[in-house]
Design a protein around this ligand. Structure first.
Ligand SMILES: [Fe+2]
Length: 287
């Protein structure tokens, strides 16, 4: 089975949103949508999400799922906005509860913030599956970047989120709370055990040095042979050392504090205060 995949690239956050459709029918799913956000003004904008919504409407598709590979730390999710426009169910990994406990503490959330994942319509565990029309998507729990990261495998296509990036860029960081370079190595081995021809769609592209254009599609075979962090026989120990050394040099993503507060609520803003305005917090010296 070869699902049709359309990519929408967000320059501001280097995020790739994917629309996956059943080539035999009209059902589709959206992975990792983006709500545009300007931190200087505190303004949100829906042009990225509207491009996805317009595409789905123009093609006459039915949106079954609005899926997240994980709680993103670099962009706000537009899942509730897209769901309000087109329907569909919002899904994420079952270990979101762990992420909600961690960040509920960091943001000093009160009892109004549920840590049970109930903000999402469906929580997926390893081995679960879901249907997009007649297409079955298999869920792999692939922790490492975060404890709740998922990879969705649909026919010959795997949506790996922030686990593997393009071979010339490598892998995602593992130094957020609950991240683990060891777990990422093990997760990557599971992804690489898929057939070599499996198409891999990565969650971000930052244009590796020497490459002029963005790219987001590769294969299991190409990753095994060429990935600069894990390819060509690198050992688990060597990967963990390399990953941890590199993570120690990375600054926090520009939108991490707004993103986490919104995405741990399935993309919804915190409850408005008595003046009708929602506020995001900046915890000082906490991350
Ligand atoms: Fe991420």
């Amino acid at each position: 089975m070869t699902p049709a995949v359309h990519a929408f690239f967000d320059e501001a956050t280097s995020t790739v949103t994917y629309l996956v459709r059943d080539p035999e029918g009209s059902a589709c799913a959206v992975f990792d949508s983006v709500l545009d956000f300007d931190p200087a003004s505190g303004r949100t904008d829906t042009r990225s999400a509207d491009a996805v919504i317009d595409f789905i409407r123009d093609a006459g598709l039915t949106l079954d799922w609005v899926l997240e590979t994980h709680v993103h730390a670099d962009h706000l999710s537009a899942a509730p906005y897209i769901q309000a426009a087109l329907g569909g169910r919002i899904g994420i990994g079952a270990r979101i509860t762990e992420v909600q406990r961690t960040f509920g503490k960091i943001f000093n959330e009160g009892t109004g913030f549920q840590r049970d994942g109930s903000q999402f319509d469906r929580l997926f565990a390893d081995g679960d599956s879901l249907m997009i029309g007649q297409m079955r998507a298999e869920v792999l729990h692939t922790p490492g970047h975060t404890p709740a990261c998922l990879t969705y495998v649909i026919g010959d296509a795997a949506f790996v989120g922030d686990t593997l990036f393009m071979p010339d860029f490598g892998t995602a960081r593992c130094d957020f709370p609950g991240g683990s370079a060891e777990a990422m190595w093990d997760s990557i081995q599971r992804i690489l055990s898929l057939p070599d021809a499996t198409r891999i769609f990565v969650g971000h592209d930052y244009k590796a040095e020497g490459r002029d254009a963005h790219a987001w599609e590769t294969t299991v075979g190409a990753q095994k042979a060429q990935n600069r962090h894990i390819g060509a026989g690198r050992s688990r120990e060597a990967f963990v050392a390399l990953r941890q050394a590199r993570d120690a040099t990375l600054a926090m993503p520009r939108l991490i504090l707004p993103s986490l507060q919104v995405n741990m609520r399935a993309g919804r803003m915190p409850e408005p205060e008595d003046n009708g305005v929602s506020y995001l917090k900046l915890p000082l010296n906490s991350l």
